[in-house]
Design a protein. Structure first.
Length: 210
């Protein structure tokens, strides 16, 4: 099964992609990981991407999609895959189609903006060991202190309300149009937000017909 995860930043795409990946026995492909791997391996498109990165420029869509096509042609993707973080825009989705990259389902994790702001605003991270907590959903045993290493927890700059709202604005402008794009192709499945990770996973599996 070939799946794309859609949804706003903080909607839980990464978490759910990991769970579904384990349940279905297919890999999760994220743009950042395949980009780093292609650059490290020195493939032709990897070298192309490196030239843009070294110049401090954004890697163009056609190079990103070239790297994606290269990764998806690997044996580990023969039984399917989950795409997380790509496509981000309609031009990327069109470039994927032109490259012959096909998908079965585009899963839209539909979470209201206000819920995302509250969810990300409540996130706390340990700067030492990287453990993550949430003041409501997964609080540390002692407020503001990491259970694992005892370091003081911090709020990442990415999780500050003004940053979250900015990222949501970008999502609505650039990525949300993909919902209509995949709906027109009959591939969209919308999963309404549920209170817990487990309930969201159950809804996703139901949407996938599993």
């Amino acid at each position: 099964m070939k799946i794309i995860m859609l949804g706003a930043p903080g909607a839980g795409k990464g978490t759910q992609a990991e769970i579904v990946s384990q349940k279905l026995g297919i890999p999760t492909i994220s743009t950042g990981n395949i980009l780093r791997a292609a650059v490290k391996a020195g493939t032709p498109v990897g070298l192309q991407a490196k030239s843009f990165m070294d110049a401090g420029k954004l890697v163009p869509d056609d190079v990103i999609i070239g790297i994606l096509a290269e990764a998806l042609a690997g044996p580990e993707c023969a039984k399917g895959y989950i795409l997380d973080g790509v496509p981000r825009t309609i031009p990327q989705a069109q470039a994927m189609e032109e490259q012959g990259i096909d998908i079965d389902v585009a899963l839209d994790l539909d979470v209201p903006d206000q819920t995302i702001v509250e969810r990300m605003g409540g996130r706390r991270v340990c700067p030492v060991c990287g453990a993550t907590y949430h003041v409501v959903n997964a609080p540390p045993q002692k407020e503001g202190v990491c259970d694992k290493c005892g370091a003081a927890l911090i709020v990442r700059s990415d999780d500050a309300p003004e940053t979250v709202l900015d990222r949501l604005r970008t999502y609505h402008e650039q990525t949300e149009p993909l919902i209509a794009f995949y709906r027109e192709r009959g591939k969209l499945k919308t999963v309404e937000n549920r209170p817990s990770i487990e309930e969201n996973t159950a809804e996703i599996m139901k949407a996938l017909g599993i």
